[in-house]
Design a protein around this ligand. Structure first.
Ligand SMILES: [Zn+2]
Length: 161
């Protein structure tokens, strides 16, 4: 048994996977502010009343080094492009991409696993990263490259520690 701090709550837990590595996942009745899930280096907590399988996948994405992506600074009418999603996601150049050229960029972001306001819509894990916003930098922050794709993973074997 060890004492740990998960989301500000001191807990005594018996790690089941700490011996051989692995990711600790806590299924709880609810989380603060009615959120669906949260990742910390000590593990993942998933709300029994709010979380979906997408929530679990999203939090595991964080454990693999991926970041949230937001769309608060992206105007309607801004179309997806190689400049904003990278050539690896665009699959080889203008007009040859996975995403239709008429897709608006904010709609593309809403399809990504690491889109933080996602719902049960189809989920994409892009090959590369994409341009989007960091919620913590405010509503006027410029777009920046966000680690949301396979290239942005720091590990593919997430662990709690
Ligand atoms: Zn997140």
């Amino acid at each position: 048994m060890r004492k740990t701090l998960l989301m500000g709550i001191a807990m005594t837990v018996t790690p089941l996977c700490g011996i051989a590595g692995g990711l600790e996942i806590y299924c709880v009745n609810s989380l603060y502010e009615d959120i669906a899930g949260i990742w910390r280096t000590t593990g993942i907590a998933i709300s029994a009343t709010k979380a979906s399988t997408r929530t679990l996948a999203h939090e595991i994405g964080h454990a693999c080094g991926l970041k949230d992506i937001y769309d608060q600074c992206i105007a309607n009418g801004v179309l997806v492009s190689e400049e904003r999603v990278g050539s690896r996601n665009w699959s080889g150049g203008t007009g040859t991409g996975y995403y239709p050229p008429t897709l608006e960029h904010y709609k593309l972001l809403s399809r990504l696993l690491m889109y933080a306001r996602g719902d049960e819509a189809p989920i994409d894990i892009p090959l590369g990263n994409a341009m989007g916003n960091d919620r913590n930098k405010g509503v006027t922050a410029p777009l920046e490259v966000r680690n949301v794709g396979l290239d942005g993973m720091s590990t593919r074997t997430p662990v709690s520690y």
